[in-house]
Design a protein around this ligand. Structure first.
Ligand SMILES: C[S@@+](CC[C@H](N)C(=O)[O-])C[C@H]1O[C@@H](n2cnc3c(N)ncnc32)[C@H](O)[C@@H]1O
Length: 285
């Protein structure tokens, strides 16, 4: 290939991959999203999880299944305290509380999400077991060692510094407590023709992609012990974008951007280089 031919991928400096998210802007984005009807995903704002043979399962059910896959890895029992970092409108927190009997505290950067989550928990009769608080995960408003486990479902990619969030989580976890999170990562070099779709997604949802080799050093630097890393792309990404692309276009109205072209789920269906990872770690004893 000559030096003047089309590059196979956009250099980081030209792409949205490296743009640092600003928490206040992320909060405003989710305030606008909260005003929409999120019933299509049952209040969960994350990918679904499909086993090999069940492609017909709807996103709403598959999204709960991802929550369950993560909950099982927390190894918590009734009465223990769980922190949900980036809790959305509280569907995962309520599900964790119901399935395990744990007390779950959710934090999110969007005030409207916290108000909605609090109201939903009240009407579900779960106010004694779940609580929600507006906070930036970069500075968690909790004392050291105050949680038995922590979960972060598709939230750390919105944060300016993944390492700092992990350090904060380690601080508030008790020794031996587990952290289970999902994150998006660059599974392989993104071909030039797919880069615009990825850039639109990252720009409109204000997020960055990690690299697979980042995770183990990131955990180590934060003082967490690596337990497990699963690439769950095959079980989650394509089916989610496929089902989202059959849904309404209403979501596009929330993006605070004047660009002509906005994120569209259909444009992400074939981007196999866009990966999802399920990561488990533990605070050393
Ligand atoms: C994709 S949503 C996932 C919501 C929820 N975990 C779920 O699965 O339904 C991302 C969440 O991260 C939260 N978030 C983003 N940046 C944050 C920050 N700096 N501090 C706390 N929460 C944050 C957003 O408010 C939102 O609730």
């Amino acid at each position: 290939m000559s030096s003047t031919s089309t590059p196979t991928s956009t250099s980081p400096a030209e792409s949205a991959l490296t743009t640092t998210p600003v928490p206040e802007e992320v909060g405003r984005l989710y305030d606008r999203l909260t005003a929409l009807d999120t019933e299509a995903v049952g209040g969960s704002l994350h990918l679904g999880y499909w086993d090999v043979d069940d492609n017909d399962t709807l996103l709403v059910e598959a999204a709960d299944r991802l929550t369950d896959e993560m909950t099982d890895r927390l190894r918590i029992v009734e009465g223990q305290r769980v922190l949900d970092i980036g809790c959305g409108v509280g569907q995962p927190a309520m599900r964790i509380a119901r399935r395990t009997g744990a007390h779950v505290t959710g934090v999110a950067i969007s005030k409207d999400q916290i108000a909605r989550a609090t109201a939903l928990a009240e009407s579900a009769g779960l106010s004694d077991r779940v609580a929600f608080r507006h906070a930036d995960a970069m500075e968690l408003p909790f004392p050291d060692n105050s949680f038995d486990a922590a979960v972060a479902i598709e939230s750390i990619f919105h944060m300016p510094d993944r390492g700092r969030v992990l350090s904060e989580i380690r601080r508030v976890l008790r020794p031996g407590g587990r952290l289970v999170l999902t994150d998006f990562f660059e599974r392989g070099p993104i071909p030039a023709e797919k880069q615009p779709a990825v850039d639109r997604l990252l720009r409109d949802f204000i997020m960055t992609l990690a690299r697979p080799e980042d995770y183990v050093p990131m955990l180590r630097d934060a003082g967490l012990r690596f337990v497990e890393l699963l690439d769950i792309t095959e079980q989650s990404v394509r089916q989610t974008f496929e089902q989202m692309s059959r849904g309404s276009q209403e979501m596009q109205t929330v993006f605070d951007d004047e660009a002509e072209e906005k994120f569209s789920p259909a444009s992400m269906v074939d981007v196999d280089e866009f990966g999802s990872v399920l990561l488990t770690a533990q605070k050393p004893l």
